[in-house]
Design a protein around this ligand. Structure first.
Ligand SMILES: *Cc1c(COP(=O)(O)O)cnc(C)c1O
Length: 463
């Protein structure tokens, strides 16, 4: 089996646990709380429920495929991050993981800030009442129109990502008669993914400005000279789906040493550092993510220690979790359509969605788990590959998993931990209609993003 692709890129392919799927779980009906959201449970009749509602009822009312988000779980996770970091720090939810107006309102109510990286995300945030000063604007190639909008509505931070952007943002701010608060995004020469990290001098990637060859120090020099900019700090984001804090430690050390250099050269102590997101979640029972309070403690200690050593006041810390907040809070519900046993290999189970609602498996060789959720079963396990209905053999939702061997067309199966980077990366491939997102809480279900219709598709096609 090919392990050449990995969420972290090919260099990290070897860190995945090999072949762990060869043993079926002890109980196929069990729901591992690591991968399912907090209110998910089995009813006495055997179906799975979320927020007190049975999935068979949800499927009848909302159809399949559909994403169901556990609102209590989302709020609890957002709150856990907020509480863990406390008043001396800021938590920015990374909107690209999944953004809708309901999400923005929940974040606002729970006291979180928001990262956006496009005009579309910014409009969604503003239209749902997120105060502009609590929004940070990211991206490696923001358009002039996006910068203008961000500056004129007064976003709290724009994260500068290139030398061109330093002058572009300064110029636009000056034209608007404003002074924009900015961070400079640096690449610290750390790549952290899942269970390992690599510290290098250079990073071969499109984001940020390199620390290593003095580029970042030069960016700071230029930004400090421009009237349109108020440089308040340094930003670093080192990867995704990270479990190991060692990469953050190296990143924090390198960012703090830049702060010390800036103090020595310019006599200013920048008041903020943003250490980015990328904290991992459990997609399968093999993953062991850290709790927000452990992460907050570890990051706080690293930054405090490094600043003390450099004789700097400890700056205000920001973090930007996306996946770690929304990822575990949702599952995708599918109906089984066809079942093809391939002798001696595996059984292909086709569902009514696929790579249009979850591209991560095809794109990153991401791992997921899957369960039969419309009933329980005592049948023996069978090794399956859950595939979609698209015209592409790489249209795989779950590469290897076990489902009961009496699985039949019409059964409902669900893939947990699909809250992040699934609906937000969904496509209309094969003119698929993107599924709805339904929020479930206390026995009530409410559509927060409706299902696309053929009319929606045809409306864009102006002939
Ligand atoms: C993607 C991204 C995040 C969020 O990453 P997660 O893996 O979802 O936590 C945070 N900050 C920046 C700058 C990003 O690009």
């Amino acid at each position: 089996m090919s392990r050449s692709a990995h969420p972290a890129g090919p260099r990290h392919a070897d860190v995945l646990p090999e072949g762990h799927y060869t043993a079926p779980p002890a109980d196929l009906n069990a729901l591992d709380p690591k991968v399912w959201s907090r209110t998910v449970t089995r009813t006495p009749e055997g179906a799975v429920s979320v927020g007190g509602i049975d999935v068979t009822r949800l499927a009848e009312e909302f159809g399949t495929p559909a994403y169901f988000i556990d609102e209590d779980d989302f709020r609890a996770r957002a709150q856990a991050w907020r509480t863990a970091f406390g008043e001396g720090a800021d938590v920015f939810y990374a909107g690209k993981a999944f953004l809708s107006r309901a999400i923005v309102r929940w974040l606002h109510e729970e006291g979180l800030n928001l990262d956006v990286c496009s005009g579309g995300e910014l409009s969604t945030a503003l239209s749902a009442g997120m105060p502009a000063e609590r929004i940070a604007f990211h991206g490696n190639n923001k358009s002039a129109a996006e910068i203008e909008k961000a500056v004129s509505v007064g976003v709290g931070h724009i994260v500068l990502d290139s030398f061109q952007e330093i002058v572009r943002v300064a110029h636009i701010a000056e034209q608007l008669g404003k002074r924009q608060r900015v961070l400079i995004r640096v690449t610290v020469g750390v790549e952290a993914h899942t269970h390992e990290f690599i510290a290098t001098a250079h990073e071969d990637q499109k984001f940020g400005i390199a620390l290593a060859d003095g580029q970042a120090a030069e960016a700071v020099r230029r930004a400090l000279k421009l009237d349109g900019l108020e440089l308040v700090g340094i930003h670093s984001h080192i990867g995704s789906q990270i479990f190991d804090m060692a990469g953050f430690e190296v990143a924090a050390r390198r960012v703090v040493s830049l702060l010390a250099e800036i103090r020595d050269e310019h006599g200013v102590e920048l008041p903020e550092i943003d250490l980015g997101g990328g904290l991992g979640i459990a997609y399968t029972s093999d993953d062991d993510p850290r709790e927000p309070h452990e992460i907050a403690k570890a990051l706080g200690e690293i930054v405090t220690r490094e600043c003390e050593a450099a004789g700097l006041r400890t700056p205000r810390i920001s973090v930007e979790p996306g996946r770690a907040i929304v990822g575990p809070t949702a599952f995708t519900l599918y109906e089984v359509g066809t079942i093809k046993p391939l002798d001696g290999l595996r059984t292909y189970v086709s569902v009514d969605g696929g790579m249009s609602d979850n591209i991560r498996t095809a794109l990153y060789d991401a791992e997921y788990s899957v369960s039969l959720v419309s009933r329980t079963s005592d049948a023996d396990p069978m090794l399956v590959r859950v595939v979609g209905k698209h015209c592409e053999s790489g249209d795989i939702v779950v590469r290897d998993a076990f489902l009961p061997s009496d699985l039949a067309p019409g059964d409902l199966i669900a893939v947990p931990a699909t809250g992040a980077y699934c609906r937000s990366m969904a496509s209309n491939y094969n003119h698929a209609l993107r599924p709805p997102v339904v929020a479930v809480r206390d026995g009530e279900a409410r559509v927060i993003v409706r299902r696309e219709t053929e009319e929606d598709l045809l409306r864009l096609d102006v002939g």
